[in-house]
Design a protein around this ligand. Structure first.
Ligand code: PLP
Length: 365
């Protein structure tokens, strides 16, 4: 079902874009996911025809039939990546080919047609080109790109849909956590799990997020910022947060992180951090880490730091871990030096301030 051909996008510039002065005012403090650019990219799919009608046009509401399959059975996938203003004034994306590959994997898991890597990358390049004035210049700012696809077929039967819509929207963003890089507190949910073996944990689909909202609400009620999920079978091993992977720093300077067994999302930030650490001579173990190991390790000093990682927040230290039965602090609760060092190393590569040893930076402008 993969779309082998790379489509050309027809460009229809927005006839009434936001005025420059208004746009600049919005870019001063954009927050996360509240403000959107002037355009969107769209590509349609129909069974037997493949992907067609690739376009960049004015961002506008889309009409959705009440019987569209996605509204009933949640056949939907998405991606998230950022375009950065580089130190030299250019613009680049970070590892967009990895997002393309993961989007194809998610499509396969959700029985959706795959978009070719070429069309996926081209949709992002066209969006960046046409909306480049929306990229914040600030240190923490970037243009968050959100490609997604959903079952648009008008049909209530339960089977993979025969029609889909792929879109890209773009949102200028500041820092993900208001208040900058400060440690987050995480809630170990006693009741909820995120993904079971054989489920959709490794696919980036909206359904995973819908299923996590009750747990997230529970975390907030208990004074925590995020949920940390344990494995669904033994309720013992750390999987990940709702939208970020977890990495531990041990007292010998090595890293440990849960393995990709199908229940966690294969994060591109996770992969990048592991590769950078390995390159710097750190040992990296992809192995199960139990919540008991974390609690005991935090008490003994064996686990010195813990952080969450993902595109939106990059790398965020985890300070406090709380459950109905216990509460503990990782080290002194502040950002650890290894965590902050890896964060700086990664951000410097993304911004073109440091060498790019793995050719991760994909220049657009
Ligand atoms: C997107 C996502 C991540 C992080 O992936 P990145 O590629 O690093 O942005 C981690 N966990 C979940 C559940 C996600 O949806």
């Amino acid at each position: 079902m993969s779309g082998g051909d790379n489509l050309d996008f027809e460009i229809r510039p927005n006839p009434a874009p936001v005025a420059a002065a208004e746009r600049d005012a919005l870019l001063v403090n954009p927050g996360f996911g509240r403000i959107f650019t002037d355009h969107m990219a769209t590509v349609r799919y129909a069974d037997g025809k493949g992907w067609y009608d690739a376009r960049v046009e004015a961002r506008a509401p889309i009409s959705v039939d009440p019987a569209s399959a996605v509204l009933h059975y949640a056949q939907e996938i998405f991606e998230g990546l950022k375009a950065y203003k580089m130190a030299d004034g250019g613009v680049a994306m970070f590892r967009p080919d990895a997002n393309a590959a993961r989007f194809a994997q998610s499509a396969q898991r959700m029985a959706m047609p795959q978009l070719s890597e070429g069309t996926f990358l081209q949709s992002l390049r066209e969006m960046i080109r046409i909306d480049q004035e929306w990229i914040p210049q600030s240190e923490e700012g970037s243009l968050y790109l959100r490609p997604f696809a959903y079952a648009s077929e008008v049909f209530l039967g339960v089977r993979p849909a025969l029609e889909y819509l792929y879109l890209v929207i773009a949102s200028p963003v500041g820092a993900y956590f208001s208040g900058g890089v400060k440690p987050v507190s995480v809630w170990v949910s006693p009741d909820f799990t995120r993904a079971a073996p054989g489920g959709t944990g490794a696919a980036k689909c909206g359904g995973n997020y819908a299923a996590g909202l009750s747990a997230q609400a529970e975390a907030i009620e208990n004074g925590c910022d995020q949920v940390v999920y344990l494995d669904a079978v033994q309720r013992k091993y750390v999987d990940e947060l709702g939208g970020m992977n977890v990495v531990f720093v041990l007292d010998d300077g090595s890293l440990a992180t849960p393995p990709l067994t199908g229940t966690i999302l294969p994060g591109i930030t996770r992969d990048s951090v592991l590769k950078l650490a390995q390159r710097a001579g750190r040992k990296v173990a992809e192995r199960p880490v139990s919540i008991d190991e974390w609690r005991d390790g935090a008490a003994s000093g064996r686990i010195r730091e813990a952080f969450a990682c993902g595109t939106a927040a990059v790398i965020t230290p985890i300070g406090v871990v709380k459950s109905p039965d216990f509460e503990f602090t990782v080290a002194d609760g502040g950002p650890g030096s290894v965590t902050m060092g890896l964060r700086k190393e990664l951000v410097d590569i993304q911004r073109g301030r440091a060498a790019d040893p793995f050719s991760w930076v994909h220049r657009v402008l």
